[in-house]
Structure formats: structure tokens, C-alpha cells
Design a protein around this ligand. Structure first.
Ligand code: HSE
Length: 428
């Protein structure tokens, strides 16, 4: 065996404790796989006295994660503090400046500062790895940077926030409202301290931006992600979408188009029978498409102690083995600055309307759509109690601009009983 790899772990929450447990439980197996022993030297967390149910007395304690990051007896700094700035950023920068490699689970930090951190690390011959930052235990970074390295990636899609998927599938199964199921998810401890990170699509948007950078060789650009959360998804839409053969998912899509890099994180309809449509509860799924390989579907736990710690260990073992990949799969200095696509690629849309039930109402709506150049694929009107008739329309492919123009023109028809709801149908 060669020299041991000496670790420092900053942050002893769920994931940090999970990493310590795996390192203690499987020390011998990990050493065999890595070709050298992997040992924790020192740890840091906010509260030293908290009982975490793990043995920590063999490790040095540092109150300050920046001091931990700078220790001379450390080779690899593991950042599990979280947060875009503050101690996570300061300690990561300190670790790089001190010549350490870094493993992090921090999607927010990398989505906002990943390019600068990667440049700084690579300039010093250091690596930053972040398998645990995207889709928890699913080895998606490895799949993109290694398994699919020979492909031009054409599209990346994913359900990458388990909490949102839990809320949407529970609404579907139980017929309960968003507010009800949100409260249930909160009681189960699924929500981040700031729930907007989950239900506003921000957490999943961070993950999408990281995947897009690797997939398309571009600088990570979270500001370029068009974000829409699930807060306005109604139980009516979940029911009606199901009736038309769809499920509603908070879906991320990234693709390079002639008009720039398209990155969207928004509620979308997907076919109920598709792998994405069948994804239940808090699971995550990432769909990768390459020019040679076709479509790859990866499914698994996107959060939790075991799955996220498993991903951290994958990076740690790679570094112990001497694998030294660029942070985003190619040197940071070679990543292009892609402009965000001005508009999303055309798609079919689901349109839910409530119309005053009188002669010619539907014809007027059909005329507005026709005048905007939108063709109707399917339409259904439901039995109802007067005075308003629920109508569902699935359009053929159209641009969002044309659809918005049609929706804007609809009130002037005088037949709308409620504002229309439009949701993109993603062809998966
Ligand atoms: N809150 C996230 C989720 C996990 O629900 O998937 C951390 O990114």
C-alpha cells in the first residue's frame, strides 16, 4: 500500500455523518479499492457537543472550517456545510489556495461560483469533484464525464428534486391540494430550511446548470436557467392531465440550440407511461441523450444520508486512486460562455380553460388559436354544472410566444370564465 489519503470533513449533518459512517464501516474495503488507506484526520461543525451517534474522538476538531481547510496534514477537503457563500465558500477557496483537492455536495455554491472555483483549482493542479451535488446517489456526473465522454450530448433532462416529486405524486394519488400535501412534506422533514429552494425549483435549477456545463462544455450559468416552481400546480391540472394520459413533473431540460443554450426547470406534462411519468415519491431520474449512445435513463434516491454519502465516497475513492478529472469534464479555461436561448424550442401545450357555456364559445377559442397559428391536436369538454364548461385542449407543436399571444387575445372573446392554464408537454 502507498501513502494514505488524509481527509478533512467540514459539516457533520446528515451527509457528513453518513460519510464518516461509511469510512468507519468499510475502511478495509475502501483501502483495497483505492489502493491506499483513506483516513479522516480532522473534522469541523457548528456544534461540537451535539450527539451525532458516531465516534469522532479519533479525529482532531476544528471550530473554524477555514482553519480545517488549511491544515498541513490534510490532502483532501470535503465540504458538506452547504450554502452559496459564507463558510462553505470561504473554506473551499482556502482549501484550493492551500493546495488541497476538494469534494463537495454543494450544488448552490458550484452553480453560482463553480467556474471561478474550477479555474482556481485547475490553475493550481487541484481537482474539485461534486458527484453528491446532483441527484444524490445517482452517479450522473460520472456517467456524463466518463461513461458518455465519447458522445456529443444532445439533451439532458431530469426530475432532480425529490421533495417536489413527492408533493406532485402525493397530490396525484390522494387527490389532495398542493397546500395540504406541502404541509405533509414539511411534517415529514422533506423540505429544505427555506422551502422555496425546493418548491420554487431553485435547488433543481442549480443541479440542471451543473449538468448543462458538463454536457455542453459551457461555463455554468445558473442565471440562464428559466425557473418556475410547482407552487401554482393545481389538483385540477393533475387530474385533467392524468385524464389525457399525462403526469405533471418538475422537469429540467437543457439542450444546445441554434439560438443558444436552453435551460428550463418548470412543471411539464410527460406521458404517464414514460419512465419520467412513472417516477414516484421522492425518487430522482436523469435522462441523458448522446449522439452515439441514444438515451440513457438513471433512476435512484436523490437525497438522504446513504445515497448522498455514497456519491461523496465515489469522488473520494477516485481521488485516492489518482484519477484527476477537470471539474466540468474539460479544462475550465476551455469552457465556452454560451448565451441563453431567447425562447424555448416549440412544443405541444396543454391548455385548461373554463368557458361560459353558450353557443359559439368553443368556436371563438378555436378561432383565437387558429389566428395565432396554433393547431389543435386533441380537445375534450367535460360534463359540468352550469354555468362554466371545463375544456381541455392539447395543441400541436407551437412556440410559447404564439401561445402567449393567443392567451392574451382570449379575454376579448368574452367567453372565458377563468384565466387559462397552459403547461408545456415535453416529448420524452
Ligand atoms: N431538497 C432536495 C430534494 C435534496 O428534495 O431533492 C437536496 O438537493
Amino acid at each position: 500500500m502507498t501513502d494514505r489519503l488524509r481527509l478533512a470533513i467540514a459539516g457533520l449533518g446528515t451527509v457528513g455523518c453518513g460519510v464518516v459512517r461509511i469510512l468507519q464501516r468499510h475502511a478495509e474495503m475502501l483501502a483495497q479499492r483505492a489502493g491506499r488507506p483513506i483516513e479522516i484526520v480532522a473534522v469541523s461543525a457548528r456544534n461540537r457537543d451535539k450527539d451525532r451517534g458516531i465516534r469522532l474522538n479519533a479525529y482532531d476538531w476544528e471550530d473554524d472550517p477555514v482553519a480545517l481547510a488549511r491544515r498541513e496534514d490534510v490532502d483532501l477537503f470535503i465540504e458538506l456545510i452547504g450554502g452559496t457563500d459564507g463558510p462553505a465558500r470561504a473554506a473551499t477557496e482556502a482549501a484550493i489556495a492551500a493546495g488541497k483537492d476538494v469534494v463537495t455536495a454543494n450544488k448552490a455554491l458550484l452553480a453560482l461560483h463553480g467556474h471561478e472555483l474550477a479555474l482556481a483549482a485547475e490553475t493550481r493542479g487541484r481537482v474539485i469533484r461534486f458527484e453528491a451535488a446532483v441527484a444524490g446517489g445517482i452517479p450522473v456526473i460520472k456517467a456524463l464525464t466518463e461513461g458518455l465522454a465519447g458522445n456529443e450530448i444532445t439533451r439532458v433532462m431530469g426530475v432532480m428534486n425529490g421533495t417536489c416529486n413527492y408533493i406532485l405524486t402525493r397530490m396525484q394519488d390522494s387527490g389532495r391540494s398542493y397546500d395540504d400535501v406541502f404541509a405533509e412534506a414539511r411534517d415529514l422533514g422533506y423540505l429544505e430550511a427555506d422551502p422555496t429552494l425546493d418548491v420554487g425549483g431553485i435547488d433543481a435549477g442549480h443541479k440542471l446548470a451543473l449538468l448543462a456545463a458538463i454536457a455542453f462544455g459551457t461555463r455554468v450559468d445558473f442565471a440562464g436557467v428559466r425557473l418556475e416552481g410547482i407552487e401554482r400546480v393545481s389538483i385540477e391540472d393533475i387530474r385533467q392531465a392524468a385524464d389525457m394520459g399525462f403526469r405533471i413533473k418538475l422537469l429540467g431540460v437543457a439542450q444546445m440550440t441554434g439560438r443558444g443554450l436552453e435551460q428550463r426547470m418548470s412543471p411539464c406534462l410527460v406521458p404517464a407511461a414514460s419512465p419520467l411519468g412513472q417516477l414516484e415519491n421522492a425518487a430522482n431520474m436523469v435522462v441523458l441523450e448522446g449522439d452515439s449512445v441514444g438515451q440513457i435513463v438513471l433512476r435512484g434516491a436523490g437525497a438522504g444520508e446513504g445515497p448522498t454519502a455514497s456519491a461523496v465516497l465515489s469522488d473520494v475513492i477516485d481521488i485516492a486512486r489518482g484519477t484527476r478529472l477537470s471539474t466540468f469534464g474539460q479544462p475550465a479555461a476551455s469552457l465556452r460562455q454560451a448565451g441563453p436561448a431567447a425562447a424555448a424550442a416549440p412544443a405541444p401545450y396543454y391548455l385548461r380553460l373554463k368557458l361560459h357555456d353558450r353557443p359559439g364559445a368553443l368556436a371563438r377559442i378555436a378561432t383565437v388559436l387558429g389566428e395565432a397559428g396554433i393547431s389543435i391536436d386533441r380537445m375534450r369538454q367535460y360534463g359540468h354544472e352550469a354555468p362554466a364548461a371545463p375544456v381541455l385542449i392539447v395543441t400541436h407543436k407551437t412556440s410559447r410566444d404564439a401561445l402567449d399571444a393567443a392567451i392574451e387575445a382570449m379575454p376579448a372573446t368574452g367567453v372565458l370564465a377563468e384565466a387559462p392554464v397552459a403547461i408545456r408537454i415535453e416529448q420524452v
